[in-house]
Design a protein around this ligand. Sequence first.
Ligand code: ZN
Length: 252
Amino acid sequence: MSVRWIAAFIVVLVGSSVAQGQQLLDIPGDPGLGDAVRTFRSGYVQTELIRLRMNRQLGCSQHCVTIHRAFDRVHRAARLQAPGMRGLKLIVTRDPTVDAWASATGHIFISEQFISRLKLTEPEIALALAHEAMHVLLAHEASSMTLVKALNPVHRKRALVALYEDMDTDLSLMISLAPILREQEHEADESGLMLAALAGYAPALQMGLFRKLQATEISGLTLTHPHAVDRMKRVQGIRPIATRIHEQYGLH
Ligand SMILES: [Zn+2]
């Protein structure tokens, strides 16, 4: 079941217990919470950029050509699929604590250490970038913050910044959200594989990313991310379709 349907289901459930006509939630894709999340994240991204610049960890040094070529192709494919989208912005870092992540603002961060450590090839880098691009295009961050807002007792009016803090500190909240966040990861994997296929990368070559993630995965409790072996299994299911998409529609 997609995140949007889960969110809609929660709206119905929660909505039945509050006064008629009262607005409780911004549903995913609603420009209200979407804009608020982007504005909040914009400040966070600027702070992060300053930190990286001060630490001299901003920009690429080893894999520049490969990363930029993969990003340009993925970005081009994304624009073709979603002409109305805001642009994506690639931020390459040399911060060893960063792997890859995306902000609702469209910034996609990836570190050269992540690429070197896993010895990622260009199709595998393309899948990592396409996965992050799909988190942005599917508005996953606004969706999950909508659910955080829904799980917050209605009488506790809390600012968005406090809801973000809850995600770091409130374990019960994270346990409630975990299945949905894991589903978002699978969704980004599956649609990312297709997006990178449209960008011209053969799915069979992209999928080495999961094998490499599995080989370096630290075992233990991962609440919000599925294990690499489960990610691989899910993606295997749509690989034939992604292969056909690559053969028929992939950019050259
Ligand atoms: Zn992800």
